[in-house]
Design a protein around this ligand. Structure first.
Ligand SMILES: *Cc1c(COP(=O)(O)O)cnc(C)c1O
Length: 379
């Protein structure tokens, strides 16, 4: 430690700032569940489900244990298994892919769009075969993937589109909330997501009543009635305490997303001349800025320099899926997904959360601007 203390650090995310003003309400919600002792499938679960469905402009929401569980249960409920192929972008959190792997289906990776970073439509069309049963577009960083052409591709071939909306609570695609545009949309309420629980939690939204019914069975050991198990389900319920907390937080989500948007604008303006490549949001959607991700060909030096200035940064994600040891068996090689690989080398996530202060953004902007950066034009 040096003798002089630099400016206090700018945190990447600070959840305590979000929870402090809600502390009394959250306490009361938790106490309410404890007093009723309705810990499993308590009334808060169903109440949250209907509120979440309404927020997403979808007919049904089914609470589950996590975003990962939601993806797995949804694909399984849609009948996907061995012999089926599922198309997933190479640049996503590994959970998107593991759901496919755990079902014994074949994971087919495709490249991302060089500008948007979301799944590339042409690459998806090229990857399609007679065995393709599902496409999982990921609304990466809070920006909707280009759903319309994907839904059109899928519609003609009996292929389902399952949206991975785990980073995109409240985002819109051509005016509509994401999640309910494909056959289903999976959300995570991991604490640092745009809507976060106090632990693991997730939900699936859909307009397909049959799918919602199957998901409710699958998450609860296949129980149609107590001790009547009509399928071999799982224990992947949404915890009642988490549902109660999510009900306290949901009314603030649109405001929090608006604050994130304000911060993104401040970054865009502040960093315009800095030499880093700032995000260029696609025209088809309304971004909710789960992450603010810049690119620089001297990313590692930039990250070190920012660390030295007390700015916490993140990498989402430093390793594309085809380079992950867990997925080595797929047989992909370096160079297979050049856009995803370039993103992984150049990306850097700056602090982004609703309660970020103006002067903190200024400090991040100053820190980035004072460091040598090189913009790479990726071709
Ligand atoms: C967070 C996340 C998940 C997994 O959600 P969990 O609730 O942590 O299981 C899946 N996909 C993406 C893109 C995510 O960001």
């Amino acid at each position: 430690m040096g003798l002089t203390q630099a400016l206090p650090s700018v945190p990447f995310v600070d959840l305590s700032r979000q929870h402090a003003p809600l502390a009394d309400e959250i306490d009361a919600a938790l106490r309410g569940v404890i007093e009723k002792s309705a810990f499993i499938n308590g009334p808060e679960v169903e109440l949250f489900e209907s509120e979440w469905a309404e927020f997403c402009e979808a007919e049904f929401a089914v609470g589950v244990g996590s975003g990962t569980a939601g993806l797995f249960l949804t694909l399984q409920a849609l009948g996907i298994g061995p012999g089926d192929e599922v198309i997933v972008p190479a640049n996503t959190f590994i959970a998107t892919a593991l759901a496919v792997v755990h079902l014994g289906a074949k994971l087919v990776l495709v490249d991302c769009d060089q500008e948007a970073g979301t799944i590339e439509v042409d690459a998806t069309a090229r990857a399609q075969t007679k065995q393709t049963r599902a496409i999982i577009p990921v609304h990466l960083y809070g920006q909707a993937a280009d759903l319309e052409p994907l839904v059109a591709l899928a519609a003609s071939e009996n292929i389902v589109v399952v949206e991975d909306a785990c980073q995109a609570h409240g985002a819109r695609y051509r005016g509509r909330r994401v999640g309910g545009i494909g056959q289903a949309g999976c959300f995570s309420f991991y604490p640092s997501k745009n809507l976060g629980a106090l632990g693991d939690a997730g939900a699936v939204v859909t307009n397909d009543g049959n799918l919602a019914k199957r998901l409710k069975l699958a998450r609860d050991l296949g129980q149609a009635r107590k001790y009547e198990h009509v399928m071999s389900g799982y224990n992947e319920r949404l915890d009642t305490l988490q549902a109660a907390v999510l009900r306290v937080k949901l009314p603030h989500l649109d405001r929090w997303n608006a604050l994130r948007r304000t911060h993104a604008v401040a970054y865009q303006e502040g960093l315009a001349e800095s030499g880093v490549k700032t995000p260029s949001p696609a025209t088809w959607g309304e971004h909710v800025w789960h992450l603010y991700v810049i690119r620089s060909s001297s990313r590692d030096g930039l990250a070190d320099g920012l660390g030295g200035s007390g700015v916490q940064v993140g990498f989402h994600y430093p390793t594309p899926l085809h380079f992950q040891p867990a997925l080595r068996g797929l047989g992909y090689r370096a160079g297979d997904f050049p856009h995803a690989e370039a993103w992984s080398r150049e990306l850097l996530s700056l602090p982004m959360f609703p309660e970020l202060e103006k002067d903190e953004i200024s400090r991040v902007v100053e820190a980035v601007s004072s460091l040598p950066t090189v913009v790479t034009a990726v071709r």
